[in-house]
Design a protein around this ligand. Structure first.
Ligand code: TXA
Ligand code: MG
Length: 356
């Protein structure tokens, strides 16, 4: 089947209320018609996802207004999304701030928390008054949304709590026959999920670190923003279930080591104790281990972009090799390092599993 035919069939499935897995620039999504509560319910069932975890609604430029030349404020998308009942009303101040973000980041890995429109079922927002909206930067995702003619609700296409999928095979491994149609766009380019930002308050709050960095958002807005993990207060006031602990978890026990020397030492200890240990390494770390060929390891590349892109595939590969432990050296929380460390730290919360 050609890709175009595949997208046509997939769009038909979306309109009929069925599920479609599709690539985005971040991770693969498991999509359904966001306006159809029965269809959306199937996503929660297929993933084993609790109903209190809201979904991101994916949109495309085709059925929104022309974005113009980038100068118009407020951005014309607000009116289009409002007219279609996808979002609710925004103040002028909110529109001005959000316009800057949309011009700079859409399509792309920035999800914006907006007031829920009346056409969006409560199931999508987990009963909340806000809806998370994103315009992905991937030709297949955008073509699917355009051909469907409806917004597509889609979480990452993995079992709930597991590592997100960055290839079509990862989706098959996790969901098997629970999803009929998987559009295969190869490996995703960014590899960690979108950044979830609540820019409704005067001081915006990052609810989940992701493909667009805190530094980039601060530069676009010309102001300092809040990291949801910085204070327990914001966490209590504005919970995003993406903050759930034990998310993004491999089956093995994941341990984050403070530095390379600590990793090598821990590797020695565990191996001597007869444990199966897999190492997640940068290229230069791998080169620094003399007997690396005999070690179970996965090379992530060198830059933060490389590491983000390859992280989930690395975790899945070492899981498939039945490692009991996975070791990786911590990164600085700058730029994409924040999103990567965030995933690693959640994956490493394994109290029930740590046996030694
Ligand atoms: O990159 C991505 O965002 C991928 C691709 C498929 O687009 N999607 C994704 O979806 O990661 P999911 O469901 O795995 O994560 C959505 C995150 C969750 O942390 C959820 O709690 C948060 O977005 N979220 C959704 N709606 C929200 C809302 N109204 N307010 C606050 N957080 C929300
Ligand atoms: Mg997810």
């Amino acid at each position: 089947m050609t890709l175009i035919k595949g997208i046509k069939n997939a769009a038909e499935a979306i309109r009929e209320g069925r599920l479609v897995a599709f690539p985005t620039e971040t991770v693969y999504g498991l999509g359904a018609n966001a306006l159809d509560a029965q269809a959306v319910r199937k996503i929660f069932v297929a993933k084993g996802r609790p109903l209190n975890d809201p979904l991101i609604v994916h949109v495309c430029p085709e059925w929104l207004a022309d974005a113009g030349n980038g100068a118009a404020t407020p951005h014309p998308y607000f009116e289009a999304l409002f007219q279609q009942g996808i979002i609710g009303e925004l103040t002028e101040t909110q529109q001005a701030r959000l316009s800057l973000l949309i011009y700079a980041c859409w399509p792309g890995p920035l999800t914006l928390v907006l007031p829920r429109g009346e056409q969006i079922p409560m199931l999508v927002t987990a009963g909340g008054n806000t809806v998370a909206i994103r315009m992905p930067q991937h030709p297949i995702a955008l073509a699917l949304i355009a051909a469907s003619g409806v917004p597509i609700a889609a979480p990452s296409a993995n079992r709930f709590g597991h590592v997100s999928p960055t290839t079509a095979q990862h989706v098959r491994d996790d969901l098997a026959e629970r999803v009929e149609i998987i559009l295969d766009g190869g490996a995703t380019s960014i590899g960690v999920e979108s950044t979830v930002l609540n820019a409704l308050p005067d001081v915006p709050i990052i609810l989940r670190h992701g493909g667009v960095t805190k530094e980039q958002i601060e530069q676009i807005l010309g102001q300092t923003i809040i990291d949801s993990k910085a204070t327990d207060l914001t966490r209590a006031v504005l919970p995003s279930p993406g903050l759930l602990e034990r998310h993004y978890a491999p089956d093995a026990v994941l341990q984050i080591m403070p530095d390379f020397a600590a990793l090598v030492q821990r590797w020695g200890e565990l191996t001597t104790a007869g444990q199966q240990v897999g190492l997640l390494l940068t290229r230069s770390q791998a080169n620094a281990i003399p007997n690396i060929a005999s070690a179970q390891h996965y090379v992530l590349g060198e830059t933060l972009e490389d590491i983000a892109r390859n992280l989930y595939a690395g975790l899945r590969a070492l899981d498939s090799a039945n490692m009991q432990f996975i070791l990786m050296v911590a990164l600085d929380r700058n730029g994409l390092g924040a999103a990567i460390m965030d995933r690693l730290q959640r994956g490493a919360v394994r109290d029930d599993k740590v046996t030694g």
